[in-house]
Design a protein around this ligand. Structure first.
Ligand code: PLP
Length: 316
């Protein structure tokens, strides 16, 4: 029984897409079949969310996401032909043109057609920014009551072969293989271990456990993405006076954790209620997860005065 969930509203049509410097009608935002990145996967992308908050619509941590996009491109030895300021404007303009007071943004940097083969270096670098309305990535039910996850037999890519700190298109085959296997086995999400057998992260989310009141997450010395939600949640937890540690832990520690939750732009803060058939804590959203989740949603919706600096406001 393959488990799938689609948070995009039905018949959703987004009229404009930003492509190479300007918003164009989405039906004209097309790429050639021989687009280099389509074949080989070398390119960089981001996932960003906008929320309709206390002072109107705002993008959450836009600068940090775009800075990571530039780092991911640099890891690919790709130079983005736009400034961070131009891409900032592009993101906001795309949301406004599509009259989206909330939604998901997908900037993607890719290598165009031109010369063919692996060794090309001078093909044009292109940038697109797509946006669409997006609900809860792992479902409303998941956000409230928790999801069921599987520890994957697919191991998280290692930093000797790949660049796990980059959000690099082709690298997502690793995550997708793990996710597909988990869904096929009836789970919502997969958790990947690293080469040494330590818990790394989920397919598009960082992972936290709560044990004896402390919030623990794998350190960035492991092959994980340096999640912006992860960093935000660590700050919010410390503000709440919760002890936070970045420590390695193994699969069995997951099973006996009091609480487990995932963080990511798409998944926001989603509790995990069961892993490999082991019930986590009381089998629902734990009290620390609930506190952090509520604080996180307050931050993204502009309800924490000290955190409005995380938001880039705009008008639709
Ligand atoms: C592999 C992976 N880990 C973690 C995350 C969470 O990162 P962020 O919170 O910046 O969205 C993502 C999403 O971008 C991801 O793809």
């Amino acid at each position: 029984m393959t488990k799938t969930f689609d948070p995009v509203p039905e018949n959703c049509r987004v009229p404009f897409t930003w492509l190479d410097g300007a918003c164009v009608p989405t039906e004209q935002a097309l790429v050639p079949i021989m687009t280099h990145t389509l074949h080989y996967g070398l390119g960089a992308f981001e996932g960003i969310r906008a929320y309709d908050g206390a002072s109107g619509p705002a993008v959450f941590r836009l600068r940090e996401h775009l800075e990571r996009l530039f780092r991911s491109a640099a890891l690919c030895r790709i130079e983005i032909p736009f400034t961070l300021e131009a891409l900032t404007k592009g993101c906001v303009e795309t949301l406004k043109r599509n009259q989206l007071a909330a939604g998901y943004l997908r900037p993607v940097v890719f290598i165009d057609d031109g010369k063919r083969g692996l060794g090309v270096t001078n093909n044009r670098i292109r940038v697109a920014i797509a946006t669409w309305p997006w609900g809860r990535y792992l479902g409303d039910e998941g956000v409230q009551h928790g999801i069921r996850a599987q520890v994957s037999s697919t191991v998280r890519m290692n930093a000797r072969s790949f660049l796990p700190k980059g959000k690099i298109n082709g690298q997502y085959v690793n995550s997708i293989l793990a996710k597909r296997a988990a869904q096929q086995a009836g789970f919502d999400e997969a958790i990947l271990l690293d080469d040494d057998g330590y818990v790394a992260e989920a397919t598009g989310e960082n992972l936290f456990i709560v044990r004896d009141g402390a919030v623990v997450t794998p350190p960035t010395s492991q092959p994980i993405l340096e999640g912006i939600t992860r960093a935000s949640v660590i700050e919010l937890a410390r503000e709440l006076g919760l002890p936070v540690r970045e420590d390695r832990f193994t699969r069995d520690t997951l099973y006996i954790a009091d609480e487990v939750f995932l963080t990511g732009t798409a998944a926001e803060l989603t509790p995990v209620r069961e892993i490999d058939g082991y019930v986590i804590g009381t089998g629902g959203r734990g009290p620390v997860t609930e506190r952090l989740q509520s604080r996180f949603f307050d931050a993204v919706h502009g309800r924490i005065a000290g955190r409005v600096g995380w938001l880039t406001g705009y008008r639709v």
